[in-house]
Design a protein around this ligand. Structure first.
Ligand code: UDP
Length: 194
């Protein structure tokens, strides 16, 4: 795939449609482990001051430009990214795909009651969705929680713990998994919970 590097971060230069139809859906169907970072300008700035985080982000299979600022920066550089792809939209596309294709989802992050409400909202919006499990995002033993998620064998794992926590958790936990699409979704559970 084509990359456009902005501030030393190699962004996948794909439309949302190309990303999903040509890359993510086929990888899900082949059970290829996939790690997506939806990087907004705040995330890009964090990689500049935090080497651990930068390493976690750079392990991603796809780094997606989640912000017009990144698209504008790419234009100024003379190598324009095709379009902004938001993590928010991507998550809902993936949920619809999961419902249609009987894929199971894990919801990790936010406070327990927020997590509960967010999952209830998802179930209401996608009645056929298979919930592999859910867990709040306030824990200290990452390996233990990662193991809990892994035994549920989810196809999609949405991690809503904010950055840098969510990407650091995903990058460190990936070796425990044989399959799954992993994605940090920041404050989306809070938005869903209302
Ligand atoms: N969060 C969490 N565990 C933590 C820190 C934060 O689960 O250790 C959750 C928090 O409850 C919220 C989400 O992460 O639901 C996103 O937080 P924030 O808005 O700070 O992140 P951003 O959207 O800016 O990435």
């Amino acid at each position: 795939i084509d990359y456009v590097t902005v501030m030393d971060i190699p962004f996948s230069n794909l439309t949302q449609k190309e990303l999903l139809k040509e890359h993510i859906y086929p990888r899900i169907n082949k059970e290829n482990k996939t790690y997506i970072v939806t990087a907004n300008p705040e995330i890009v700035m964090q990689t500049r001051i935090d080497d651990v985080y930068k390493n976690s982000v750079k392990q991603a299979d796809f780094i997606i430009p989640d912000g017009t600022g990144i698209v504008i920066a790419s234009k100024i550089q003379g190598n324009p990214i095709k379009e902004r792809v938001t993590g928010f939209d991507l998550m809902f596309k993936l949920l619809a795909y999961a419902e249609k294709n009987q894929l199971s989802c894990y919801f990790l992050g936010a406070k327990q009651e927020v997590n509960d409400r967010a999952v209830a909202k998802v179930k209401a919006q996608y009645p056929g969705i298979k919930v592999a499990g859910q867990h709040h995002g306030y824990f200290t033993n990452d390996a233990e929680v990662a193991q809990k998620v892994a035994v549920a064998k989810p196809d999609l794992i949405f991690v809503a713990m904010g950055f840098p926590r969510q990407e650091n958790f995903i990058a460190a936990s990936l070796p425990l998994f044989n399959k799954g699409v992993f994605m940090g979704v920041g404050g989306v559970f809070d938005i869903l919970a209302g």
